[in-house]
Design a protein around this ligand. Structure first.
Ligand SMILES: Cc1ncc(COP(=O)(O)O)c(C=O)c1O
Length: 379
């Protein structure tokens, strides 16, 4: 038999030159987070690891601004949190309302359909946001048990106000699922004050971790709904009623092997946020965004989203007439080692997406991208 080993091409050690990640995520990771990831492995039931899990939950509650008992990182990226939320709350034939104003709203609707929900959607143009009246009209037309909405639509750069919408949803006796994958720790998101029922996020955005975990938080109302299901959660891996038994209580029950080093990373990243203080973290994002928008205007570039609804951590910039999107981004990557996102779906070729998330939201990165864009647009 021919030896595969002798035919093998060279496999050099993986040694990529670093990039400045200024796209829609993952973004830059703090060196202390990278260092934490390389700490020695512990067993997933080691008492020291269980103590770290408890502290991680504590810090997650701080970042979500909640007392919710079920607040933990689901194993998997942001979509795992999305699927855990849908799988927990949507049962076959349940009426569900999903607000779609971008790529991720559509993903939620698709997941809810796959879980057997009767999904109704309301739509807004990409870059716009929903009013509470639109949600009210939709629920009057067709009541729903669950409503889902994206807080920070990464595909468009729009920030969805939630205060009035959550009230409307509760008046109609439904539960609200909020996608906070991009917003958590970048703009205020006070889960208890707002009364949100289920919120999920991802580690690779404003939490400044590598991708791999999806923090979720469930209110008591959401837990009651989970406990009262007519059918078991159809997705065993994401069944939070089982996962909770590993994350709380005196005797922990194995569900699946925890991604130990990712939890080290998340813990360190959350500790950094606590150290800086949430309000200062929000302020740093707002300042980086303001100086970016100012600098872009000096270059003659316009933002897609109207000012009050702009996300600070994800900036959608209209590509000027006559500029080749793909070739500019490719020169930005090869010559300046800077990654910037392109548009998705209907915004493909129409916008650039500049991320200033978490550790990345600093003036040196704003200056870097403005300098590079200025040079590239001149040549
Ligand atoms: C708003 C939003 N929701 C959900 C997701 C899905 O997260 P992931 O790609 O980590 O699975 C993303 C990813 O960018 C997102 O931006």
């Amino acid at each position: 038999m021919t030896s595969l080993r002798s035919q093998a091409p060279a496999f050099p050690a993986h040694d990529m030159s670093p990039r400045v990640l200024l796209g829609p995520g993952p973004d830059m990771v703090h060196p202390r987070v990278m260092a934490a990831m390389s700490a020695p492995l512990l067993g997933h039931l080691d008492p020291d690891f269980l103590a770290l899990m408890d502290r991680t939950q504590h810090l997650l509650r701080y970042v979500f601004q909640t007392e919710n008992r079920l607040t933990l990182p689901v194993s998997g990226t942001g979509s795992a949190g999305m699927e855990a939320a849908i799988a927990s709350l949507v049962e076959p034939d349940d009426p569900v309302l999903v607000c779609v104003n971008g790529y991720f709203g559509s993903r939620i609707a698709e997941m809810a359909r796959r879980h057997g929900g009767h999904v109704d959607t309301i739509e807004r143009a990409w870059g716009e946001v929903f009013s509470a009246d639109e949600v009210r009209e939709a629920l009057q037309r067709r009541p729903a048990r669950v409503v889902a909405i994206v807080h920070a639509e990464t595909s468009t750069g729009a920030l969805q106000p939630l205060e009035d919408i959550v009230q409307v949803v509760h008046e109609h006796d439904a539960l609200l699922i909020v996608d906070a994958v991009t917003s958590l720790a970048g703009v205020p998101l006070r889960v208890d004050e707002l009364g949100l029922d289920v919120v999920y996020s991802g580690t690779q955005k404003c939490l400044s971790c590598p991708p791999g975990l999806s923090p979720v938080s469930f209110s008591e109302r959401a837990l009651e709904k989970l406990a009262a299901r007519r059918t078991p959660v159809p997705n065993w891996y994401l069944d939070l009623s089982l996962i909770m038994k590993y994350w709380e209580g005196n005797s922990r029950v194995y569900h699946h092997t925890a991604p130990i080093n990712m939890i080290y990373a998340l813990y360190q990243a959350l500790a950094l946020i606590l150290e800086e203080g949430l309000d200062s973290v929000y302020q740093r994002h707002a300042e980086a965004h303001a100086s970016l928008v100012h600098g872009l205007a000096d270059l003659g570039l316009e933002m897609l989203v109207d000012e009050p609804y702009r996300l600070p951590m994800l900036n959608t910039v209209v590509i000027p007439q006559g500029v080749d999107d793909v070739s500019l981004r490719s020169r930005l990557l090869t010559e300046y080692k800077i990654e910037m996102g392109g548009g998705l779906g209907p915004l493909s070729g129409r916008v650039w997406r500049i991320g200033l998330m978490g550790h990345t939201a600093r003036s040196e990165n704003v200056e870097r991208i403005l300098l590079a864009l200025g040079e590239l647009l001149r040549t």
